[in-house]
Every structure is written in C-alpha cells, then in structure tokens.
Design a protein around this ligand. Structure first.
Ligand SMILES: Cc1cc2nc3c(=O)[nH]c(=O)nc-3n(C[C@H](O)[C@H](O)[C@H](O)COP(=O)(O)OP(=O)(O)OC[C@H]3O[C@@H](n4cnc5c(N)ncnc54)[C@H](O)[C@@H]3O)c2cc1C
Ligand code: FES
Length: 279
C-alpha cells in the first residue's frame, strides 16, 4: 500500500538565489535506503505545516545523512509559507517520485537547454558531467528574462570552470548574450553537433527546442523534456497530473519527445528498437 504520510524533513539553511527564489539545504530525518537512490530529474513532495504539500525537484541528490538542496521560487501560499520558515523548522517529505533523466546513454555530445527555474531539474546531470562521472561532453545554454532572474548563482560559477556554459537573457545588458536559447542554436550546433538534447523550462521553450532540434537532424527519441503539472498524490492515484492516458507523476516528469507526442495523441510513430539505441 502507498504511504501518503510525510516523514520529517529538517530545514538546515537557506539563502536568496535569484529573483523571488531561495536555495534551501534540507535533511531527511532517518533516511532509508530508497531515499539515497535518487536519480537527477526525479522530484519529492514537500509539506509546509499549515500550508499543504507541493512537488519540488532535487537540486542535489541526498547524501548518506539524507542532506540535499532545493531551489524554490515564490509563487503562492505554500512557497511564501516556506520562505517564512526559520532554520531548524520541521517540514514534511515524501519521495523520490517519477522518472529521472536518462543518465547512461552513449550519446557523447549532449546539449542541455534550460529556461528560468528549469535549470534546477538539470543540475544533477550537469554536476555528474562536470565531475566526469558520466562519459558525456555536455554543453549548456541557460536562458532567463534578465540577469536578476537567473538562479543557481554559485552552481553556475562552478560549472563555468568545467564545461561550455552559455547564458542568454531576453533583456540583456551590455556584454550579456541577448535573446532566447533558440537564437543561439546555429552557433551551438555548428560548434558541437550534439547527438542528444535535454530541455527543461517553460513548456513553450521546450516544444520550440524539440522542433528546432528535429530540424537540425536530432531524432525525436534523442530529445528529452521535463513536464510540470499540478500534482497531489504524486503516485498515480488522484489523476491531477494526466497527460493523455499517462500520469506525469509516475510516467514522467521526464519524457522522450517521441513518447510525449504519442501520449499527446499527435500520431507520432513509435521509435523502432534500432532507433531506440542511443549509441
Ligand atoms: C515535478 C515538479 C517539480 C517542480 N520543481 C520545482 C522546483 O524545483 N522549484 C520550484 O520553485 N518549483 C517547482 N515546481 C513548481 C512548484 O510545485 C509550484 O511552484 C508550487 O506548487 C507552488 O505552490 P504555491 O502554493 O506557492 O503556489 P500556488 O498558489 O499553488 O500557485 C501559484 C501560481 O503558480 C501556478 N502553479 C502552481 N503549481 C503549478 C504547476 N505544477 N504547474 C503549473 N502551474 C503551477 C498556479 O496556477 C498559480 O498561478 C515543480 C512542479 C512539479 C510538477
Ligand atoms: S499527482 Fe496524483 S496521479 Fe499524478
């Protein structure tokens, strides 16, 4: 039987990290084996007492003591309630949920496209690649409305040292790169010729990225997105997160683009077994 009761989560620390966003250090009390087996791209349910429960992504994966980080943007009552919690507050935790990014594909050159807070679910993949734990040559392009809206300041500083990390702003200041990530695709594809694309951000950016990648010769089964839907149970019980016939909480939130199009009923053909091999 699925246990919907949250477990204890301690708020260890937090700091401002971008416009209306905070970086939180958290610790799962008495972590279980399953708490330590998280894959980048999975998510957890966070309870703020008195405000309810909502889904958030692991920014870093839980260590042996159950410590991990999250980045939260202030949206409504629950996130406002979280921002007001003092260090040491006891929160609630359920997780991990959903399917993470494909980590072990043999596509060596991977392009990561992130928009706004969409950088957070991709942080685990970027960290793994920048520490050479994955056999990937990763390039990242990160778009935000303007530089004050960018998140993960400390992580971006670190990533810039170890991999090709491009940043672009819709409203750029002098010396900043101007436009959306898509405006820089020609340059990126000319330099790297990626074999696969991972994308997370506003849905319009993800769909445009997928189409632009298809046009440049990347097959749909080598393009991955991460969807955001309203979630309640996070475990395939309540139906709040339906996408066609699937539950985004269980079957996603990461989707291969060909699978996404099939589920959306766009009549996209299933990739053959041959196609599905990524190396
Ligand atoms: C799998 C997943 C992972 C997520 N990871 C993160 C994360 O790492 N960091 C982060 O800041 N946020 C993340 N979110 C979004 C986060 O869950 C919502 O911002 C949060 O539930 C807002 O709660 P609230 O009570 O503060 O605001 P509400 O009052 O519930 O919402 C404020 C506004 O945001 C909209 N909204 C809220 N939740 C969603 C949603 N899921 N999809 C579309 N619109 C929504 C509402 O329609 C409303 O307009 C994630 C969502 C999902 C589904
Ligand atoms: S959130 Fe309940 S079924 Fe997905």
């Amino acid at each position: 039987m699925i246990d919907l009761t949250p477990r204890k989560l301690l708020l260890l620390d937090h700091y401002a990290d971008g416009e209306e966003a905070r970086h939180f250090s958290l610790r799962i009390d008495k972590p279980l084996a399953g708490d330590l087996a998280v894959i980048p791209g999975q998510f957890f349910m966070l309870t703020v007492p008195g405000f309810g429960e909502a889904p958030f992504t692991y920014l870093s994966l839980p260590d042996q003591q159950g410590r991990f980080n999250a980045l939260v943007r202030r949206m409504g009552a629950l996130t406002q309630g979280l921002f007001e919690q003092p260090v040491g507050a006891v929160l609630g935790y359920r997780g991990p949920f959903g399917k993470g990014w494909p980590l072990f594909f043999c596509a060596h050159r991977v392009l990561v496209v992130a928009g706004g807070c969409g950088l957070v679910p991709l942080a685990g993949v970027i960290d793994e690649a920048s520490q050479h734990r994955l056999p990937l040559q990763l390039s990242v392009i990160y778009g935000a409305r303007h530089s004050a809206a960018q998140v993960l300041g400390r992580e971006r500083e670190r990533w810039r040292q170890t991999l090709r990390f491009m940043e672009t702003c819709d409203e750029a200041k002098p010396l900043e790169r101007q436009g959306s990530p898509l405006d820089h695709f020609d340059e990126l594809f000319a330099a790297e010729a990626p074999e696969a694309v991972l994308c997370c951000g506003p849905e319009a950016l993800m769909l445009a990225t997928a189409e632009a990648s298809l046009q440049r010769g990347i097959a749909a089964h080598k393009i991955w997105l991460s969807l955001e839907r309203r979630m309640h149970c996070a475990d395939g019980l309540c139906g709040h997160c339906y996408l066609g016939t699937e539950y985004v909480c269980k079957d996603g939130p990461t989707y291969r683009y060909d699978r996404y199009l099939q589920v959306r009923g766009a009549g996209y053909p299933t990739a053959t077994k041959q196609d599905q091999r990524l190396c």
